[in-house]
Design a protein around this ligand. Structure first.
Ligand code: SAM
Length: 333
């Protein structure tokens, strides 16, 4: 094997490892308590979930009656090219259907859960999984990080409601950002402290954070992405600062002012402002309009705010590069 091929394999293995982070029940409960009203009489589909280990399946089966669900479906992926880290060691990909408690004990007993074999490997993109997707009203899971773009594109294509885990870096992906800008997707309430602790036996956590947990991998910057209505999205961000040209300089190469912290957005500036991507956590479409993002994220992303002659896509202030930004305008002024 060439060195290049070896590196590719190694990177692939790393990516696969990251795709095997399992979500804790407490994190699922913390987020989904805000969405209860959406689940009544709905078919929920967890399409990246081995029911034997998935807390998504656990959450929805145990809360089936409380949420008033119609049906719960879960499909489990069996990787054809099994690697060292995959927990998917079952012989065949399966899918599960649960239509609620039958014997009155309010617990999903094994004989109440229909286990069926899949013909293929349970890939969320496979024909038979797409057939199940079509039946679903709401998809809820933590999909493989490496397939996030495709994963969300498929949900949009089939016009599904969803609540899924992803990394905040995805906000500016060229496949995701236009959805955010057009209010077709937004951030949920989020993980405690902006970091998720995922269950993973095979990954050594080198995190030095004080909230490091045994048997868990801490991933900062993870978030919930959804298109279900939540109150948070209609709460105004309280602004307290006044604009001054000294405190909020203009970019050299974008027609906007720099606001380096979301909380410092001036309350009286009616022009275009560049804000960090973490702004999305506070975004209320009644308060702000999203105009675009820096060109480093995609060509044409800045909606004409970029001075092409500068040839530099990253935002500059006095020739110094700053982080990627989202451009917004206050709608209420
Ligand atoms: C980040 S893990 C999360 C697992 C589970 N949803 C949870 O939150 O505990 C992503 C899961 O997707 C599975 N997976 C990987 N590629 C997939 C694919 N193409 N189709 C469906 N599932 C896939 C992985 O095996 C893994 O179990």
């Amino acid at each position: 094997m060439t060195e290049k091929a070896q590196n590719k394999n190694l990177n692939q293995a790393k990516t696969n490892k990251k795709d095997e982070f399992y979500t804790q029940l407490s994190d699922i409960e913390r987020e989904l308590k805000y969405y209860k009203k959406h689940f009544k009489d709905k078919v929920v589909y967890c399409n990246c979930d081995d029911p034997r280990v998935s807390n998504f399946f656990h959450f929805f089966s145990y809360n089936f009656e409380k949420l008033g669900l119609k049906k719960l479906i879960a499909t489990c992926y069996k990787s054809q090219d099994m690697d060292l880290f995959s927990q998917n060691n079952s012989e065949q990909a399966i899918y599960l259907e649960y239509t609620g408690d039958k014997n009155g004990n309010n617990i999903p007993d094994p004989n109440e859960i229909g286990i069926k074999k899949l013909k293929g490997d349970g890939d969320f993109r496979s024909k038979e999984c797409i057939e199940l997707l079509k039946q679903a009203d709401i998809v809820v899971t933590n999909p493989p990080f490496s397939l996030f773009r495709e994963y969300v594109a498929q949900l949009i294509e089939y016009d599904k409601k969803f609540v899924v885990v992803g990394h905040q870096n995805a906000i500016t992906y060229k496949e995701i950002f236009p959805l955010i800008k057009d209010n077709k997707l937004w951030l949920g309430y989020g993980f405690k402290g902006g970091a998720g602790h995922f269950i993973n036996e095979h990954y050594e956590d080198y995190a030095t954070a004080t909230d490091r947990k045994e048997g868990m991998i801490r991933v900062s910057g993870v978030h919930w992405f959804t298109n279900l209505e939540i109150n948070k999205r209609h709460e105004d961000l309280i602004l307290y600062k006044n604009y001054t040209p000294e405190e909020y300089p203009k970019y050299d190469n974008y027609d906007a002012i720099e606001v380096s912290k979301t909380k410092d957005i001036p309350m009286d500036y009616d022009g275009v402002m560049g804000v960090p991507i973490t702004f999305m956590d506070k975004y209320n479409p009644d308060q702000f309009e999203i105009l675009g993002a820096t060109e480093s994220e995609g060509k044409g992303f800045s909606n004409g705010l970029w001075d092409e002659k500068s040839k530099v896509a990253q935002p500059l202030i006095n020739q110094k590069k700053v982080y990627k930004r989202i451009f917004i305008k206050n709608k209420k002024l």
